[in-house]
Design a protein around this ligand. Structure first.
Ligand SMILES: [Zn+2]
Length: 374
């Protein structure tokens, strides 16, 4: 089943070697951006350590042990994640039905549609109550597994109190327990925790790998898979959401802006900005910036390297525009595209800094126009 994890060959090699030589660390720290396979890898690793199949098939995904892991329901799997307050009993039961429902909904989402971020109704963190419950479980003997597996997701969301309690556990944990911490923000963990774990870095996933996943597993069209994979910054999770969401509308909007700039339709652009139907949010503007940047990148490549074009469905239009560029613009197209990309990265940073979004859009349009008319 490790083959289901794409784009992390280095990580899988390290873990396979540990399994083959029976040299498993007591604590691992999987770090890397969101949506690159940290949780799945942790779960499969725990499964492999407990799988009932022959060693070369582990984890098999079908034995009773594997199935319990896949359902996140193995008695020796301790899964801790940021949640709202659960008010756990001594036995780890959630007393109130509302909290119980939220917890169950989170688990269901994690199994069925893990690329969707489940939102709790109140602020989430890894609470002392969860860590205390984990400690009580670790003090009991193992039920049925070879190794007890403890996965702590978004470990950076442990507060000071939880971190200190957890640190003591880490120092005292037994050889038959494997603790796997997952984090996007290594620097926010206590150095004393980091130094007690074997760190394993998960790279951002390459666009062609993401694109294949989207086409093969999510029935995305090659066009939307290709653009989503380039916009997602290496996160499979983000790419799936992009391919499934209405972000194709944002891409259409980006294309319209590109067309307006190419056709020198400044007034039409201003009108579209003032349209009451257009309610821009910072996230939308960032995504628009990325889509427009991809179109500009393609404009540069479409003549010399058409196979590298991301927006393959717009290739002919882009080729027409490329051929129609005035000689001076055509000559400097590569430089212009690069300058545009840099200007857009700068602009995207400003969006996070709370500037007026209309001004950002205006700036985007003016920069874009320069490509066509200098
Ligand atoms: Zn199995």
């Amino acid at each position: 089943m490790f083959r289901n994890i794409k784009g992390q060959a280095g990580v899988l090699q390290i873990l396979a070697t540990a399994l083959d030589h029976d040299r498993v660390a007591q604590a691992y720290l999987f770090h890397g951006i969101d949506g690159v396979g940290k949780f799945t890898t942790a779960l499969y690793f725990g499964m492999a350590l407990n799988c009932l199949a022959k060693s070369e098939f582990r984890p098999c995904g079908v034995c009773t042990s594997c199935r319990k892991f896949l359902a996140l329901d193995h008695p020796d799997l301790i899964y801790i994640f940021p949640s709202s307050k659960l008010e756990l009993s001594e036995e780890g039961e959630i007393k109130k039905s509302e909290q119980r429902q939220e917890y169950d909904a989170f688990i269901r989402n994690k199994i069925e549609t893990p690329w969707v971020d489940y939102l709790f109704s109140s602020k989430v963190m890894i609470r002392r109550e969860s860590i205390d419950w984990m400690i009580r479980r670790l003090n009991l003997s193992i039920y049925e597994a070879n190794y007890r597996i403890c996965i702590i997701e978004n470990a950076e969301l442990m507060n000071q109190e939880s971190s200190n309690a957890f640190l003591r556990t880490l120092e005292e944990s037994s050889v038959s327990t494997v603790i796997i911490l997952l984090t996007e923000r290594l620097s926010q963990l206590l150095p004393t925790i980091v130094s007690r774990c074997q760190p394993i870095y998960f790279h951002p996933v390459a666009p062609p790998v993401i694109s294949d996943i989207l086409v093969q597993k999510f029935n995305a069209s090659p066009e939307s898979a290709r653009t989503a994979s380039h916009i997602a910054n290496g996160s499979v999770k983000r790419a799936i959401r992009l391919a499934q969401s209405d972000s194709s509308q944002l891409r259409d909007l980006a294309f319209q802006i590109f067309q307006m700039a190419a056709g020198d339709k400044e007034l039409a652009f201003f009108a579209s900005l003032r349209s009451p139907a257009l309610k821009l949010t910072a996230e939308m503007v960032i995504e628009l910036i990325k889509y427009v940047s991809l179109f500009v990148g393609d404009l540069n490549l479409v003549q010399a390297a058409p196979e590298q074009v991301v927006n393959i469905d717009k290739r002919e239009y882009l080729l027409e525009q490329r051929k129609a560029l005035p000689a001076a613009q055509a000559e400097n197209c590569a430089d212009q595209a690069l300058n545009f990309t840099l200007a857009m990265e700068d602009l995207a940073r400003k969006v996070y800094g709370n500037v007026n979004l209309q001004l950002v859009m205006l700036n985007l349009y003016l920069q874009l126009s320069k490509i066509f008319r200098g």
